[in-house]
Write a protein that binds this ligand. Structure first.
Ligand code: SF4
Length: 405
């Protein structure tokens, strides 16, 4: 890959009006003063990005072709805070003419004033965290919107001139039924959005709902969470209904109308360089002959209080930097590539990692025989069953460990 490939910029904004019961992200409800201090820190980090990259011997291109504000709920930032961030970004990066700029937004939590500022700053994509169009399901997990409000928000953003309006749905929510899941999908399709992400409810120790389900409790609607097999069947149903409506699956969790795939998120699966700023933000930059991954602290106090380059933080707070071995880079090319429906170009993999590919061929054949993967016309792809069992497939293809810096 061209070492000066344009970079993608990710900015984490970890603030929300209220914490959803299923959420396992580094985000929470905080006082407005914290948001202002956070924006200061974020701008400082952007202005020190080249020093941070140089300290890791990483290449940071001057040109950026995507910006993604993720959360949290970035739409809660004020117009002035967005202006400050965009001005800082503009001072340190040249934005490509056709850049994709995305803001994640909770329906009903974007003021007219902020929306005007976003349009002035060239934001062309807004991703709405709908999760469900059914009021009972949304309320059960702490979402603060109704299905009708989501539909009006989509219309409002379109009328205001946002070119790409996208939304997220979750399958496996408390109280969801096959019919209610169909209704959410149908309302998402009917809304005319260009991109829909479908996530399976994650049941883990990092969310209130997840812990309650694991412990067999009933709080947060835990007793009304569909079982894993049912949710998996509904995910497959969602894939078929979306495909039939012309919203094609291009990645395990992502569906779009043709030509509306997320360019920023595609960088993650194509192993193109990106740098993340803010709480718990991850980065992957190219080095001379390889790549390095690093991530920021997920502790808001540590992040906000430090005023210097993250690379000179005390050891306990230094973001871990992992220089990828050739084996690790091969595994990433395989696993990330297989997440995409287009799959992995075997000729490219063979060109870059022929010897390593040979080592996994016996496993590939076994996985193919189990119906989880296909090898056809020079491309390796997961089947629909393979997507449902992707973690199992990837674990059977593991060959190496990365080296800690
Ligand atoms: S709005 Fe998003 S980031 Fe915030 S708590 Fe809910 S799911 Fe988590």
């Amino acid at each position: 890959m061209d070492p000066n490939h344009p970079v993608g910029l990710y900015l984490a904004v970890p603030f929300c009006k209220a914490k959803c019961s299923f959420c396992n992200f580094a985000s929470d409800a905080f006082a407005p003063q914290r948001m202002d201090a956070y924006v200061d820190r974020l701008c400082t980090e952007v202005s020190l990005a080249r020093d941070a990259a140089a300290a890791k011997c990483a290449i940071l291109a001057r040109t950026a072709d995507s910006i993604y504000f993720g959360g949290g709920t970035p739409s809660l930032l004020s117009s002035e805070q967005f202006r400050r961030i965009f001005t800082t970004l503009g001072g340190h990066f040249d934005l490509a003419d056709n850049a994709e700029t995305t803001i994640e937004c909770a329906p009903g939590q974007l003021s007219d004033e902020t929306l005007d500022e976003l349009l002035r700053q060239g934001v062309n994509r807004i991703s709405l965290g709908v999760q469900s169009f059914l009021d009972r399901e949304a309320a059960a997990v702490g979402r603060l919107h109704t299905g009708k409000e989501c539909e009006s928000e989509i219309q409002r953003l379109r009328s205001a001139g946002i070119a790409e309006v996208c939304l997220d749905l979750i399958v496996g929510l408390p109280h969801q039924t096959e019919n209610s899941w169909r209704e959410s999908l149908q309302r998402a399709i009917a809304s005319g959005v260009t991109h829909i992400s479908v996530y399976m409810l994650e049941v883990d120790e990092d969310s209130r709902l997840g812990r309650e389900v694991i412990e067999g409790g009933a709080r947060y609607g835990a007793a009304a969470v569909p079982d894993e097999d049912t949710a998996a069947a509904w995910y497959e149903l969602g894939c078929s209904l979306l495909e039939a409506a012309g919203v094609h699956q291009y990645e395990i969790s992502n569906f779009s109308r043709t030509g509306h795939e997320s360019r920023h998120n595609s960088k993650y699966w194509r192993r193109q360089p990106y740098i993340g700023f803010g709480l718990d933000a991850h980065s992957m930059l190219l080095t001379d002959g390889g790549a390095v991954r690093f991530q920021n602290t997920d502790d808001l106090d540590s992040y906000s209080q430090d005023r210097g380059p993250l690379t000179v933080m005390p050891r306990s707070k230094v973001p871990t930097a992992e220089y990828l071995t050739r084996e690790a880079a091969f595994e990433e090319s395989l696993f990330l590539g297989l997440r995409m429906s287009v799959g992995v170009d075997i000729a490219v993999l063979r060109h870059d990692y022929g010897d390593l590919l040979e080592r996994v061929i016996p496993s590939v054949k076994e996985i193919e025989a189990a119906g989880l993967l296909t090898v056809k016309d020079g491309w390796m792809r997961l089947t629909q069953s393979g997507r449902m069992a992707s973690n199992e497939v990837f674990s059977r293809l593991l060959i190496a460990e990365a080296v800690e810096a």
